[in-house]
Design a protein around this ligand. Structure first.
Ligand code: XUL
Ligand code: CO
Length: 436
C-alpha cells in the first residue's frame, strides 16, 4: 500500500524535556488525570476539510500546499487516495476521531443520485479503514454552502426548491454518519443568515430554519441514529449576519421553537471571538444550560478580523476551556476537533504533524493545569464564598421566591448601606499564573 507520509513514524510521548518536534511533550494518551485517561478526557479529532482538502489559497493567491494524495486524474481515485492518506495520518498521530463534510470526502456529480452513489462508495471505504485502524467518526456534517445553489442559504433560502435540495443532501449525510457509527451530527449554518435586510424576511427565514431542524430530528429518529445533534454558532462570515450568532442566540432560538431537548452546541473558539466573546464565555453559556456538546478548537489572530482558524497554542485559552469541560464532567459524545488550518507558508506534510502535535499538547497542558486547579479547590472556594449571602437570610428568601420588593425595601431601611467587597481579580489572575 502506498504511503503518503513515508518519512514520519508514529508520534510518541517523550515528556516535557524532549526537543523532538515530532513528539508529544504533554499528551500522554494512557496517563490518568483523575479518573479518566488523557485520551478519554480530550477525545481529539482531525478535521478532514482543512487537513486533507485545504489548499492554502486566499483571496490573493491560489493553492500552495503540496499534497501527494491530490495527484490523480480521476476525481474518485483522488477521493480514495485522500481517504487512505487521512487514515495513515490519524494512525501516525494517534487521534481516536475524525470529522468530515459530505463534499470533503466525495466530489459532487451532475445530479443528486450520482453524487449520493459516489458518497456511498467512499463511505464504504471509510468504514473498512475505521474497522482496520480503530479510528472513529466524531461527527459528520453536510456542506450546504459552497455550491452556487446555496448562495442565498440552505434552510433559510427564500426558494423552497433549494430548501428541499438541502434537506435531501442532509438526509444522506445523516445516513452516512449513522453507517459509520458517528457519535454526533453537526449543523453549521454556512450561509444561514442575510447580507441585506432589504430583500430579507427575517421572521420567515427563522421559521423555515426551525422547520428544517424539526425535520432533521424526525429523520434522526426514523433511521435510529443515536448520536447527538449539534449546532455550531458563528456570528458572521460568509454572510454579514448569521442567525446562529453565538451560544446565547442559538439557545434562545432552540427554546423559542421547543427544540432544546434535541440539540446541543458545538462551540468553536474563533467563532466565539468573532462574536466579541472569549472562547470560555461561549463554552460557559452553553455549559450552564447543559448544552455544551463538543468543541472546534482553533484560534483567531488579534490583528486580523476574520476566521483565521489557526491551530490552538494559547495555554491560557486551553486551560480556561478545560476548566469548563472538567466542571461539567466531560463532553459526553463530543470531543475536541481541530477545526484549524496550517498557514499558507506551512505547505508540506510535516507541518500538518507539527500543527496537530502543538494543538494536542496545548490542550493536554490545559487539562493537567485545570485538573490541578479544580483539585486544589481554591478558585471554587473563592467563588462560592462570593455568593454566600444568598445561602441564608434574605438572600436565601430571594432565591426561593419567598420575598418581594416591599420586604426588601424594609430590609434596606433597617440594615442600611451594603459594605463594599473586592472582586480580587488580580489576585485570582496571579493564582492562575502560579499553576501555568
Ligand atoms: C466554518 C466552520 C465549519 C464547521 C463545519 O467556520 O467552522 O468548518 O465546523 O461545517
Ligand atoms: Co467549525
Amino acid at each position: 500500500m502506498k504511503q503518503f507520509f513515508p518519512g514520519i513514524k508514529k508520534i510518541r510521548y517523550e515528556g516535557p524535556d524532549s526537543k523532538n518536534p515530532l513528539a508529544f511533550k504533554h499528551y500522554n494518551p494512557n496517563k490518568k488525570i483523575g479518573k479518566k485517561t488523557m485520551k478519554e478526557h480530550l477525545r481529539f479529532s482531525v478535521a478532514f476539510w482543512h487537513t486533507f482538502k485545504g489548499t492554502g489559497s486566499d483571496p490573493f493567491g491560489g493553492p500552495v500546499y503540496d499534497r501527494p494524495w491530490d495527484i490523480a486524474n480521476d476525481c474518485m481515485q483522488q477521493a480514495e487516495n485522500t481517504m487512505r492518506a487521512a487514515f495513515e495520518f490519524f494512525t501516525k498521530l494517534g487521534v481516536p476521531f475524525y470529522c468530515w463534510h459530505d463534499r470533503d470526502i466525495a466530489p459532487e456529480a451532475d445530479n443528486l443520485k450520482e453524487t449520493n452513489a459516489r458518497l456511498k462508495n467512499i463511505v464504504n471505504l471509510a468504514k473498512k479503514l475505521q474497522h482496520d485502524t480503530g479510528v472513529k467518526l466524531l461527527w459528520g456534517t453536510s456542506n450546504c454552502f459552497s455550491h452556487p445553489r446555496f448562495t442565498h442559504g440552505a434552510g433559510t433560502n427564500p426558494d423552497a426548491h433549494v430548501f428541499a435540495y438541502a434537506a435531501s443532501q442532509i438526509k444522506m449525510a445523516m445516513e452516512c454518519t449513522k453507517q459509520l457509527g458517528g457519535a454526533n451530527y453537526v449543523f453549521w449554518g454556512g450561509r444561514e443568515g442575510y447580507s441585506n435586510l432589504l430583500n430579507t424576511n427575517m421572521k420567515h427565514e427563522q421559521d423555515q430554519m426551525a422547520r428544517f431542524l424539526e425535520m432533521a430530528v424526525e429523520h434522526k429518529k426514523k433511521i435510529g441514529f443515536k448520536g447527538t445533534l449539534l449546532i455550531e454558532p458563528k456570528p458572521k462570515e460568509p454572510t454579514k449576519h448569521q442567525y446562529d450568532y453565538d451560544a446565547a442566540t442559538v439557545l434562545s432560538f432552540l427554546h423559542k421553537y421547543g427544540l432544546e431537548d434535541e440539540y446541543k452546541l458545538n462551540i468553536e473558539a474563533n467563532h466565539a471571538t468573532l462574536a466579541g466573546h472569549t472562547f470560555e464565555h461561549d463554552l460557559t453559556v452553553a455549559s450552564i444550560d447543559g448544552k455544551l456538546g463538543s468543541i472546534d478548537a482553533n484560534r483567531g489572530d488579534y490583528l486580523l478580523g476574520w476566521d483565521t482558524d489557526l491551530f490552538p497554542s494559547d495555554i491560557y485559552s486551553a486551560t480556561f476551556a478545560m476548566m469548563v469541560i472538567i466542571n461539567q464532567r466531560g463532553l459526553g459524545t463530543g470531543g475536541i476537533n481541530f477545526d484549524a488550518k496550517v498557514r499558507r507558508g506551512s505547505f508540506d506534510e510535516k507541518d500538518l504533524f507539527h500543527a496537530h502535535i502543538g494543538g494536542m499538547d496545548s490542550f493536554a497542558r490545559g487539562l493537567k493545569i485545570a485538573h490541578k486547579i479544580k483539585n486544589d479547590g481554591v478558585l471554587a472556594n473563592f467563588v462560592s464564598e462570593r455568593y454566600k449571602s444568598f445561602k441564608s437570610g434574605i438572600g436565601r428568601k430571594v432565591m426561593r421566591g419567598e420575598t418581594n420588593f416591599r420586604e426588601l425595601e424594609k430590609y434596606i431601611l433597617k440594615k442600611g448601606e451594603p459594605k463594599k467587597i473586592s472582586g480580587r481579580e488580580e489576585m485570582l489572575e496571579n493564582l492562575i499564573n502560579s499553576y501555568i
